[in-house]
Every structure is written in C-alpha cells, then in structure tokens.
Design a binder for this molecule. Sequence first.
Ligand SMILES: *Cc1c(COP(=O)(O)O)cnc(C)c1O
Length: 480
Amino acid sequence: MTPEEFRRLGKQVVDWIADYYAGIEEHPVRSAVRPGEVREKLPARPPEHGEPFEAVLRDLDQVLLPGVTHWQHPGFFAYFPANASGPAVLGDLLSSGLGVQGMLWATSPACTELETLVVDWLVELLGLPERFRTDSTGGGVVQDSASSAALVALLAALQRASDGQVAESGITRRYTVYVSEHTHSSLQRAARMAGVGAANVRVVEDDPRTLAMDPAHLAELIAEDVAAGAVPTMVCATIGTTSTTAVDPVPEIGRVCRQHRVWLHVDAAYAGVAAVCPEFRWINDGVADHADSYCTNPHKWLLTNFDCSVLWMADRAPLINALSILPEYLRNPATLSGAVIDYRDWQVPLGRRFRSLKLWSVLRWYGASGLREHIRTTVGLAQEFAALVRDDPEFELLEPHPFSLVCFRPRFPGLPVEEANRRTLQLLETLNDSGELYLSHTKVDGRVLLRLAVGSPQTERRHVLAAWERIRREAIAAGQ
Ligand SMILES: *Cc1c(COP(=O)(O)O)cnc(C)c1O
C-alpha cells in the first residue's frame, strides 16, 4: 500500500468510524448471531491474491457488523463500560502508524518518556500519593489489563516476601494471598499463574451490610497462617468491586498488612478514575499510607479505548528485581548507564505498544475539567436511575451505589428465591434480546440482581429513562 493509497483508504476508514458513531443507535446493542454464524459467511481459505481494501470494508458492513456487540451504544449498560472516544481512537491510530515497539527506552525514547509523563500526570489528577511518582521511589506503567497488573503486583510481592528466593529457587514455602468473595477473579488466576496455588488463596469474609472485606477476619486468617508456618504475601483490597462496586476499608486493611509486613495491592480497575473529581477523593483513603501497588483502568470509564490499565508501585525495586534479565541482545549503553526506564522490566511481555499516546490524547483533549464532567454526568444518570428504582414499590434496590453502577431487581413477592432468580434471569434475556439496551447481572447472598452501569459518553438522560420504562414494562409482564 503506497502512502497515496493509504491516504485515500484511511480517509474512508475514518469516515466509516464517524458514520458508525453518528448512527450507532440504529444497531441492536447486543449481537444476535448464533455460534458459528460469522465464520460460516466468510471464505474458509485465505486469499492467494491480494484484494482491494474496499472488499474488507464491504465484509465489515455485511458480515462482521451483525456479529458485533456495540459497546459504544448509548443503551450499553452491561458489565463495566469500555468507553472509547475520538481523541483516544486517533491517538491509537497514530500509535499504529508509528508501529513502535517500546520494550526498551533505547528502542524509542519517546514511547517510554511520554508514558512516564502521563502516569505521573494521572497521579496528580487522581490525587494519588507522591510515592507513586516516577521521580520518587515508585512509578507507574501502562499495562494491557488489570489482570496483568495483578499478576505483576503479585510477583513483586513474592519477591519482597521471599527476599528474592522465589525468583531464584521457585516456590518452596507456602505463600498465601488474601481476597474476598467479591475480589475480581483475576487475583485467583494471578495466584495460579505465579505458582502460589488456588489452595493458598484465602477468602476473607465480607461485612454482609456493605459487601466490603472484613478487616477483623483478615487479621484472624493471617494470624492462623503465620502460626501454621505460611508466609502471608499479598492482600488485595478493592475500590469498587465488579459485582456491586463495594469499597473495601483500605485504612483498616492496610493496618493489618503493615503489622504483618504483607503487600497491599489495591484494585480500583473501574472506580479509581472517579477520583479525578474532588467529591470522590475519599475513595483513596488509606492508599497513601498503605498501598504497595494500585491499579485503575482508563480503558473502562476514562474515555480511553481498550487496552489501557495503569499500575503504580510505591517502591519499584521489588518489581524490577523480580522481572529484570538482561540478555546480550538487549544490552545497550542507555540501559547500562542506569539513567533510563526500560518498561519491559515492569510487565509480563517483552514487547509493548505506544499506548500512552492514546491516553495523552484523551488527557489533552478533555483536560481535567472535561474528565470530571464525564464522571459527573454518568454518575448523575446512574443516581437518577437508582431514584426511579427506589421509588417503585415493585422493585428493590441494592444500597449503596456511589458510582455509576446500580444493582436492582423486581420484588416478585411470594416467590421462592430460586424461582425469583429464574425469572430475573429470564427478564434479563428478554431485555437484552430487545436490542434496545444491554444489562448484565450478579449474585449477592444467593439472589440474582440486575446490573445497570452507565459509562458511554453517548448515553443521555433520555436513554436511561427509556431503559427504565422498558425494564418496568417487561418486569410487570414477567411477574404475571
Ligand atoms: C474489570 C475489573 C478487572 C479486570 O479488568 P481487565 O483490565 O479486563 O483485566 C479487575 N478488577 C476489577 C475490580 C474490575 O472491575
């Protein structure tokens, strides 16, 4: 493809995306294809001869689009948002165009230095501790996902708890990790991947009222494990659990960690970015005093399209000691001088994309005030929805709901739990089949709840009100 061909086709692609955003409401939110349907419509064998790019765009429209679930649709309320934005898409396109592989500072200095700058900017924007800044003892890094961030944090925690023994000789003792029932499943997986083992992931009880981790039970479990000869290694506290956005009491959990010298990882994948607003700074309580690592995903709720997850460390040394190996083919004067950061030492893969470019584009386009407005608008819409649910005697609402997620269900009076759960899930399918909106669900104390998360910058008040009308109408039908 010559630069001139690229120019012509590139403009078509940008037009395609602009038209897609402008007409997104015409698509059903959730794809209705059956398994295998997309693949069946495409040739089984790769082409022998090159085809014009227009043919790709035609198949995109005719074959792929029906198989796409529209995450940027204003009626997308499922899971957590993965919101995109114009500046993020453009920043990502530039990153693709440059095609940089930034494993070392030396393989593209700007890739490393811009990343260092934007993660330090975010420390300031989110009111995170100074220790997380790269010019202090710590530092941040852009990862592909919060799941990778959890694994990397655990490897650093094992490095510290074992004094380097794990990296050297493998797991030779019982290292334990502490989560709650509502901690994200990526922590369980991190424990498996790191060789800690699922059996050494201890599940701390929740306070049944708030669904947040009970620090007293955490202290009990740690004391028990120490007495049994285990090495308590890491506790994961969550700010905004995936299930219900519960907030674990970080100050109390942190005090327990400090007492036993256990690594505290704070997972704020979804909710952390809310701290861009002063009224949400409370979510960082205890982080400055206690967190050894902290993660939040701009790719969820901060207008930066997937993938972009930021992990910060209060002290970067254990991480680098755990992961740094310098083979001959990567040796270079900048690395040997010690004056630069090589982010390959801060992550699982060697290679890395120029992800900071899209985050930088977002931060510059919106500015802090634009980001605050996005958070406030989506929180406001979710709170308005919650008020409608609360005021309707046919529905119950899970409290509290401080962010942009609301959990609720129809009451189904007189029905046994199992039957009410079945009808709630059936209602969910009916709603999602409508193409007008897309919700997801969770289970709390054995009871199924619907989850409605507002996050798309396309979502307006009218979409939330229409969603509520549809939910009410279908719920009444389901109750009969
Ligand atoms: C979404 C979520 C994750 C996983 O995020 P990925 O970036 O997709 O790995 C982890 N923790 C919490 C609390 C989440 O909400």
